[in-house]
Design a protein around this ligand. Sequence first.
Ligand code: ZN
Length: 180
Amino acid sequence: MAPRPFRLGRSRTGLGIFATRPIKKRTTISEYRGKMLGLDAALKAEKSGNRYLYEVNSKWTIDGAKRGNIARYFNHSCNPNADTFIRGKRVFIRTIKNIEPGDEICYDYGRDYLKNVIGLENCQCSRCRKRRAKQRAETRERNARRKKRLEAKGLTKGKAVKTTAAKKTKKSVKSRKTRR
Ligand SMILES: [Zn+2]
């Protein structure tokens, strides 16, 4: 492998891996290195809080917690630009998109990890942050529209009063209609 096309840097969640030059799609850039653990040892490591375990197959897990394993710094993303592949018992990281210098390189850790370790609503990847920002903007817009509607009805006093008053108005309009 040529010298690393990436460096370790500050990311949103701590440390991450950032490209230092353009990297073509489908380039193998790193290997997930560490001690091979059998089933019992892997379970024990997991219980002790080791978050750098890569399950290679039903028998073997790589303990990638050692600092020498640079691949442990690739962060998770739900919209990744890299992925992992297995050759025998070895695990490699390769790009799945063309990558520009400065881009953070991430791969998808999988649904289980996202659900059980990161937490679905805690994911800090760019896609999840965008999704949450959009949701917040939509809520803000909805609230602004609601406020405008109420103001148009001349109900600009205290919030609690506003809501009940608005409901009452609606109801009375309805009942008048049914009466006719
Ligand atoms: Zn995400």
